[in-house]
Design a protein around this ligand. Structure first.
Ligand SMILES: Cc1cc2nc3c(=O)[nH]c(=O)nc-3n(C[C@H](O)[C@H](O)[C@H](O)COP(=O)(O)OP(=O)(O)OC[C@H]3O[C@@H](n4cnc5c(N)ncnc54)[C@H](O)[C@@H]3O)c2cc1C
Ligand code: SF4
Ligand code: SF4
Ligand code: SF4
Length: 369
């Protein structure tokens, strides 16, 4: 049996098929753009389980069972806020759910360039998941780990892109009271291969190894927060903060996203997570009570389970109620799929022809400055 499609838009790389396969005959093939796709070998016994769990094929996972409710919030603890991408919603949710048997799943750097999903069992260990990594995270062994932890009565928190949350729900095949899923408002994921090449270029340029790359460092200039400043730390001690980073810009300009992100079936208000978190984008004229020099998180409560923790979050975050229609108006990724840049295939073609990453990214990126 082979339902795996050659249509790249139809596979998000969530890995649920691979996790469920009883003969473990599905391998991941990384294509020229650096994205992985599943493929079955001759060990396939035609059981159909991979198709059953695929969130693109089966969309029974959507579950807005409560009236949606939105807040924008900033964590009360400035250190938590500073070490988070936006207002620290992810940390606040984990804090509310904290207990002695807690397993928190999220995306972390495996090394300087590769991003994987993993879990920790203490709230004190969640720092590795904080800060958005704008390349695709590999779900690794997480599907099996999540099931195992749920069966051992851990309270499990899973955070990831909506396609990953959908993969988890389809893989589990039923709801668990002790599982809470957080999905992100999602613009798309960038190519891990191009990110690796970009890090190599930075290392060559600075004659030193990169030891960390932060996509969303927080920098305040003239009492205004700059939200999209990258921060690179090198082994020789040098730190570069860049307000006009070409990798970040090609990501934002949809030049290096996974093909499925251009036709994302999850970009709508019918969310897959119990809670949806994202940035708070320039809604200041509608919400003058929100201070401009800090960034807040948008939090959308989608289910009864999500609703149950909302009141406790209000105690550790400065929060304001918001309207879903306004959030959608200012944050288009909530309701519509990102339109791929018309130069996307030219960019990948130039790289295939051996042109250097710095030349190719610079050729197609529109300078912000
Ligand atoms: C690829 C990507 C695209 C995004 N696009 C948008 C957008 O268009 N609009 C918008 O409003 N918000 C977007 N976000 C969400 C935003 O960047 C913040 O993650 C969100 O506001 C939560 O902020 P926080 O302060 O709670 O984050 P933090 O405490 O910094 O938490 C970060 C969370 O993101 C998860 N995460 C980090 N990197 C990845 C990854 N590569 N794959 C899966 N999960 C990851 C972590 O597991 C953690 O739960 C995107 C995030 C990612 C990762
Ligand atoms: S049909 Fe069954 S055995 Fe074959 S690849 Fe899919 S899950 Fe694996
Ligand atoms: S389950 Fe996920 S990885 Fe597998 S084919 Fe479907 S979308 Fe692709
Ligand atoms: S845009 Fe859609 S397909 Fe792409 S990573 Fe986000 S949820 Fe998955």
């Amino acid at each position: 049996m082979l339902y795996f499609t050659d249509v790249k838009q139809d596979c998000t790389g969530c890995g649920a098929c691979q996790a469920v396969c009883p003969t473990k005959c599905i391998t991941n093939i990384v294509d020229e753009e650096g994205f992985w796709y599943p493929n079955a070998t001759s060990e396939c016994i035609d059981c159909g389980m991979c198709e059953e769990v695929c969130p693109i094929v089966n969309s029974n996972y959507h579950q807005n069972d409560a009236k949606q409710y939105c807040i924008v919030g900033k964590h009360d603890n400035d250190d938590v806020w500073l070490s988070s991408t936006s207002g620290g919603a992810f940390s606040a949710i984990c804090q509310v759910l904290n207990n002695s048997k807690l397993a928190i799943f999220g995306a972390k750097y495996l090394d300087v360039v590769n991003v994987i999903h993993d879990y920790v069992t203490s709230i004190n260990e969640i720092d590795c998941f904080k800060k958005s990594k704008y390349t695709q995270s590999n779900m690794n062994n997480c599907y099996l780990d999540i099931k195992e932890m749920l069966l051992q009565d851990y309270r499990v928190v899973f955070s990831g892109t909506p396609c990953q949350v959908a993969g988890v729900k389809n893989f589990l095949g039923k709801d668990y009271d002790n599982l809470l899923c957080i999905d992100l408002i999602c613009h798309g994921v960038g190519s891990p291969k191009i990110f690796a090449k970009y890090i190599e270029y930075l290392e060559k340029e600075q004659h030193s190894s990169v030891i960390s790359f932060n996509f969303r460092s927080k920098k305040i200039v003239n009492e205004q927060l700059k939200q999209d400043v990258t921060k690179t730390q090198f082994a020789n001690g040098k730190i570069i903060e860049n307000e006009n980073d070409i990798f970040y810009n090609v990501f934002i300009q949809a030049l290096i996203l996974r093909p499925s992100c251009g036709e994302c079936i999850f970009a709508n208000t019918n969310r897959v997570g119990d809670l949806t978190i994202g940035d708070f984008n320039n809604m200041y004229e509608l919400m003058p009570e929100v201070e401009k020099s800090v960034n807040f998180s948008t939090i959308i409560v989608n289910t009864e389970k999500g609703n149950m923790i909302k009141d406790r979050m209000n105690k550790i975050m400065e929060t304001y109620p918001a309207k879903l229609k306004n959030i959608a108006k200012y944050n288009s990724a909530l309701i519509s799929s990102t339109k791929m840049n018309e130069n996307r295939s030219n960019l990948f073609m130039d790289l295939k022809h051996g042109n250097s990453v710095e030349d190719v990214l610079s050729k197609y990126v529109l300078d912000k400055s």
